[in-house]
Design a protein around this ligand. Structure first.
Ligand code: 3HC
Ligand code: NAI
Length: 694
């Protein structure tokens, strides 16, 4: 084991350098190195030590790859205690992001210097954990329980300036980590600054109302999660205990959390998100340059895509149909950018500059002749799209990437309208496109590898999570959505109410159930999809018609105040409408269906089984490369609860045999819909799980 922690003597100043790429995670070797360096410093002639890291960041946290394995000594809290208990001052220099265990190491040092641009945070809750190396104990002693709990329950990254204002950082610096540390160490020597241990401080008094309000906010923002409120409880309980007892309590809860399925699921999500861009087909392939993006169509999606590009420094030329539509699109983009100003993401001057320097809106396709990537987001009609791609073929420069944001349509058919199908790809953004992080990169039969690489490079530039998808109706996300939505509709036909379905799924962890989502998206969207798919319907296929009734009644969802739910001043978020139940009851009668009761558990089982089964089909057809790509698609595009890790991870958790049994039982009533995926059957027969394919 090479030592990633180096000890250097610079006269009266010792420098302890951590060098453990890529992010200086506090692996076993780092922890052991810190303990050894603390011992060397304790015995050495130096009077002050600087702790700093090499590379892009200070310690970004515990080494997540060690989680789930038996912990090995020295544990991180002990390594931190070895630093804090030294009798000579230790100055920590923070650059990049000191997160989790990294921030906890910094809190164990006696002084903290932050480089401008650096950030600190305790994101353990994002991994289903609580801080486990003093974060819930030292931070409250420094900033109070409410401020500390706000940091460790929100997982937010605190800027150097905010950290300075809170007293977390003692100094801000523009120098490099070594110089910044040496400078502060010289100050310690010159002014005789003493050792200062947070563990010896007491927690400032807590305002009970502020704490209660924070707890309420945290509970509301994180339904289903167990770690957030546990972390607050641990901080509160620790405030009255001697520090070492408080630390033991924190460690105990940290280890309890480590053993939960939520922790496993969230770490699966963490690594999966980073694996979606690791594809053999991208190895050694250079993406094309992306500076200027063309967007065609300035409606919901085109406007959002343009904003996403502008906010990330790209030039945008947006094409609309005529002068009036151009004006409307420009106003829409300006409005969305104004919202970004309100939310503090952009300055008012920055917005004006983007609109003046980086955005062109026009109805002249010739303006696209210098664009590097052109993304079409016009109406979802093959005829309209074909017309647009024919025009694009005529105006786009050689080598420009021609992309479609289609939700369902055949990208091969679109590509065939051009003389350069190798340059055509699907880039499926999600609404609102400047917010939602998923980008499905739909690779058509003739798409060139550099064009695929350019899609991934664009995702990176826009800070999106890319998932490679193959061509089929709806790609990964919408294809699977259609299946589990149908499963829900069939349960409603058989007797469940849409409101029970929604409630059962919200209780499971979804932010909204499918019928509340339908109301939000607009009942017209589902109606148009059903009409489009009507010719493909097969004998024995079942579906619900009540959505068409609602559409015909002009009940289009939230936008008309009525859908499945009623939206008015009394219930802005919607209340169930009994009339919808009557409409469904009439449909059951007409179809000769005797309604039966469903338990919430059965609803969740069937909904999830439909999702997992279609996910398995999507993987075995190569539409998604691995089960993890399905998980990331559902997590980032469809509100799948992160603490369950994605549908395929969830399937592994409950056991594939159970999923198959649910499908086989349901198939007794409806063998057409419930056809188990061969892949699922094979994995069950071989005793394997989806993760074995990741
Ligand atoms: N442990 C192990 N590997 C890690 C890691 C960690 N804590 N953090 C990042 N990595 C790996 C990533 O998997 C990735 O590996 P790859 O190149 O093989 O895919 C590589 O480091 C680079 O990571 P990113 O692609 O995410 O790089 P970015 O520059 O975009 O982001 C980052 C850097 C902000 C540090 C981001 O990686 C991050 O948020 N990391 C996790 C931080 C975290 O959650 N820390 C808390 C851990 S729990 C803890 O500390 C418990 C403690 O309280 C006891
Ligand atoms: P929209 O109706 O809001 O906007 C479409 C825009 O395209 C309109 O402003 C229209 O004037 C313009 N347009 C039509 N023909 C044009 C042409 N020939 N040249 C220039 N502009 C033209 O539609 P929306 O919702 O933005 O959808 C666009 C595409 O994005 C569709 O393919 C849709 O399936 C897809 N999509 C939609 C999502 C959504 O949630 N709305 C999500 C993901 C993809």
């Amino acid at each position: 084991m090479t030592n990633p922690v180096r000890y250097e003597s610079h006269g009266e100043i010792a420098v302890i350098r951590i060098d453990n790429p890529p992010v200086n995670a506090s692996s076993l070797a780092v922890r052991a190195g810190l303990v050894e360096a603390a011992a060397t410093f304790a015995k050495g002639p130096e009077k002050v030590a600087v702790l700093m890291a090499e590379g892009r960041t200070f310690i970004a946290g515990a080494d997540i790859t060690e989680f789930g394995k038996t912990p090995t000594e020295p544990y991180l809290p002990d390594a931190i205690m070895a630093l804090e208990s030294l009798e000579k001052p230790v100055v920590c220099v923070i650059h990049g992001t000191a997160l989790g265990g990294g921030f906890e190491v910094a809190l164990g040092c006696h002084y903290r210097v932050m480089l401008r641009g650096a950030k600190v945070g305790l994101p353990e809750v994002n991994l289903g954990l609580i801080p486990g190396a003093g974060g819930t104990q030292r931070l409250p002693r420094l900033v109070g329980i409410v401020s500390a709990a706000d940091i460790f329950t929100s997982a937010r990254q605190v800027s150097a300036e905010d950290a300075f204002a809170l007293g977390i950082a003692d100094e801000l610096s523009n120098a490099d980590p070594f110089e910044a540390g040496m400078e502060f160490a010289r100050k310690v020597l010159a002014e005789g600054l003493p050792v200062r241990r947070l563990s010896e401080m007491s927690v400032p008094p807590t305002d009970a109302d502020s704490l209660a309000a924070l707890k309420k906010k945290v509970a509301r923002a994180n339904p289903g999660h167990i770690c957030h409120l546990r972390a607050i409880d641990v901080a509160v309980a620790g405030a009255d205990k001697p520090f070492d007892e408080a630390m033991l309590m924190e460690r105990g809860v940290f280890l309890d959390m480590m053993a939960t399925p939520q922790r496993k699921a969230m770490i699966h999500a963490f690594f999966s998100e980073r694996k979606t861009a690791q594809l053999p087909e991208l190895k050694g392939v250079t993406p094309r340059t992306i500076r200027h993006v063309g967007v065609i169509g300035g409606g919901t999606m085109g406007g959002g895509i343009a904003v996403s590009c502008l906010l990330n420094g790209l030039h945008v030329t947006l094409i609309e149909r005529d002068g009036e539509a151009v004006e409307k699109a420009h106003t829409g983009i300006a409005r969305t950018l104004a919202d970004s100003v309100k939310r503090g993401k952009l300055s008012a001057g920055g917005r004006d500059q983007l609109l003046a320097d980086k955005l062109v809106t026009t109805d002249d396709y010739e303006a696209l002749s210098t664009a590097d990537v052109i993304i079409e987001a016009v109406f979802e009609s093959m005829d309209v799209k074909k017309d647009v791609f024919t025009k694009l073929d005529a105006v786009a420069k050689p080598g420009a990437v021609l992309a479609s944001n289609t939700s369902y349509l055949d990208v091969d058919e679109i590509a065939a309208m051009t003389s350069r199908p190798q340059d055509v790809i699907g880039l499926h953004f999600f609404s609102p496109a400047h917010v939602m992080r998923l980008l499905e990169i739909v690779v058509a039969a003739k798409t060139a590898p550099e064009v695929v690489a350019t899609g991934f490079a664009l995702a990176k530039a826009l800070k999106k999570v890319p998932v490679r998808a193959g061509v089929c109706d709806g790609f990964i996300g919408n294809r699977i959505l259609k299946t589990y939505r149908t499963a829900a509709d069939i349960m409603v036909l058989e007797g469940a109410s849409p409101f029970q379905v929604d409630k059962a799924l919200v209780d499971f962890g979804f932010a909204m159930g499918p019928y509340a989502v339908a109301d939000l998206a607009g009942i017209d969207i589902g109606y148009l999809t059903r009409k489009r798919l009507l010719p493909t319907r097969q004998k024995g296929e079942r579906w619900g018609d009540w959505g068409d009734k609602l559409y015909e009644m002009g009940r289009l969802g939230r936008k008309t105040g009525h859908g499945h739910y009623i939206y008015d001043d009394a219930s802005p978020k919607g209340r169930p409408d009994p009339e919808v139940e009557d409409i469904i009851a009439a449909e059951r009668k007409a179809k000769g269906i005797n309604a039966r009761d469903f338990t919430d558990e059965e609803i969740v089982e069937r909904y999830m089984a439909a999702m997992i089964n279609e996910g398995a089909k999507v993987v075995s057809e190569g539409i998604a490369l691995r089960p993890l790509d399905v998980d990331v698609t559902k997590l980032y595009g469809y509100g799948f609860p992160r603490f369950r890790g994605g549908p395929m991870h969830y399937a592994d958790h409950i056991g594939l045999a159970k999923v198959l049994a649910t499908i086989e039982a349901a198939a007794k009533d409806d063998a057409f819909f419930w056809q188990p995926a061969d892949l699922l059957k094979t994995l069950v027969a071989e005793g394997r799980d989806f993760n074995s394919l990741n």
